[in-house]
Design a protein around this ligand. Structure first.
Ligand SMILES: [Zn+2]
Length: 241
């Protein structure tokens, strides 16, 4: 697998067929999870996907994941560092153009943060601009089931610092998971994050049931998500050939 530890020469000689770009976020995750939660998760899944693709001889170049994205919906809660939608769009466009100039025909974007609505139109624009280059992004990065069996008890009820994220952090970096876990299910839908800030909906900044988090669920989610993303890449290659 090629990544930021590879040399320029190694990249030239190995001619990667796909570049992988994860997009994280730096934002509050309640009292119990670190601000780098989304970034750490998207790095883990991007690495798992790159390894799976390598095993299938689709040599991948794993790019460093972007730490920041559209976290403005968290308002002024400490630890929130965000990009404006247009900035994120420009960053993704510049990275995509660089990848294309390297001669890599395909770029996979893995979006590790829920609110990045600017990505779809950005990808559409790039795909129309460069017919010799393809960008794809699975609509969902996280698979809630493994072999048809649900991994999480509260999937769908939570969106932030909840059972799934707490499980993944317990698996990836338990030393950073705190004990002060508060279960919160707001009375409104996630569209309210377009109308106001997280703090007004959930003062602790949690949306879901973190107390149900378990490391084994996090491990399963990462492995089964990697498998379903690889299946998505293969399907896209068949259809877009
Ligand atoms: Zn998160």
């Amino acid at each position: 697998m090629l990544d930021q530890n590879s040399t320029s020469r190694e990249i030239r000689e190995n001619k990667p067929k796909i570049a992988i770009l994860g997009i994280g976020a730096i934002e509050q995750h309640g009292r119990h999870l670190r601000i780098a939660t989304d970034w750490s998760q998207v790095r883990a899944i991007s690495q798992a996907v790159a390894q799976e693709l390598d095993a299938r001889e689709l040599d991948a170049l794993l790019l460093p994941a972007i730490p920041y994205s559209m976290s403005e919906c968290h308002g002024l809660m400490p630890g929130v560092v965000y990009l404006k939608p247009q900035t994120l769009s420009e960053v993704v466009m510049d990275i995509a153009r660089s990848v294309r100039e390297l001669g890599i025909p395909l770029m996979l974007i893995l979006n590790g943060h829920g609110g990045n609505f600017i990505l779809e139109p950005t990808i559409e624009k790039l795909n129309r601009e460069y017919p010799d280059f393809q960008i794809i992004m699975p609509p969902e990065v996280w698979a809630p089931a493994e072999g048809g069996e649900a991994i999480f008890e509260s999937f769908g009820a939570g969106i932030h610092a909840e059972e799934m994220e707490t499980s993944m952090q317990l698996y990836l970096a338990p030393e950073y998971v705190g004990d002060e876990q508060v279960d919160v299910i707001p009375e409104v839908g996630r569209e309210f994050l377009d109308y106001t800030v997280m703090k007004k909906i959930s003062p602790d900044g949690i949306w879901g049931l973190p107390k149900l988090g378990k490391a084994e669920k996090g491990e399963k989610a990462i492995l089964s998500s990697a498998k379903s993303i690889v299946a998505f890449v293969q399907k896209a290659q068949e259809v877009l050939r």
